[in-house]
Design a protein. Structure first.
Length: 194
């Protein structure tokens, strides 16, 4: 087990870190891109993991010189994702960390997903009731790579940011954690890497 005893709290990203849902999100974005005429770039789309959908659309509009309504595109993507009827599974490496430390220190989830979706996914696996805090896209003005998500999670647990360790699977999330003064441990393809 990874030694986290030098920290006072853990913050997990959700999609791609604690929950294996990125493939379904990418599939929904691919369909959305096809409908709205965005070029689809799998690596670019994955790099935006953790960024709220509205902000993702703004970034795509800027990148591809388009002016689609962020609200309309984000809503379409949400419907596309829900239409997949996909129930994400938990990632075993991070679940083991969660289970090992949940009685030893506070744990939060900081996600770019909206609150309704995050609560559904985390409840589906019995995780939500075990959390000390949940911060979603609905709770922040600035999504990742801005540190607000993780700083709010730390504040909700009454733990100073520099005493928190964040588990993330994207560079945007890592940037957010570091900008918030936290240590970041990366999760790649369901495996914890240091």
């Amino acid at each position: 087990m990874i030694d986290l005893t030098s920290f006072k709290a853990i913050i997990f990203d959700m999609d791609g870190t604690l929950v294996d849902s990125m493939a379904a999100h990418i599939e929904a974005w691919q369909h959305t891109c096809e409908v709205f005429g965005y070029p689809f770039d799998n690596d670019y789309q994955y790099s935006l993991g953790g960024v709220p959908s509205l902000a993702t659309v703004e970034l795509m509009n800027a990148r591809y010189n388009m002016s689609h309504s962020p609200l309309a595109v984000a809503e379409f993507k949400k419907q596309a994702y829900e239409g997949l009827n996909h129930t994400p599974t938990l990632i075993q490496d991070t679940l083991a960390v969660f289970n090992h430390y949940k009685t030893r220190m506070p744990i939060a989830v900081g996600t770019g997903s909206d609150r309704q979706h995050a609560q559904w996914v985390l409840s589906e696996h019995g995780i939500l009731a075990q959390l000390d805090a949940l911060v979603t896209a609905d709770d922040v003005a600035h999504g990742k790579p801005h540190p607000e998500t993780f700083i709010k999670a730390a504040d909700s647990m009454n733990i100073a940011p520099h005493h928190c360790v964040v588990f993330e699977d994207t560079d945007m999330g890592k940037q957010a954690a570091i900008a918030g003064g936290m240590t970041c441990i990366m999760v790649k393809n369901g495996r914890i890497v240091r």
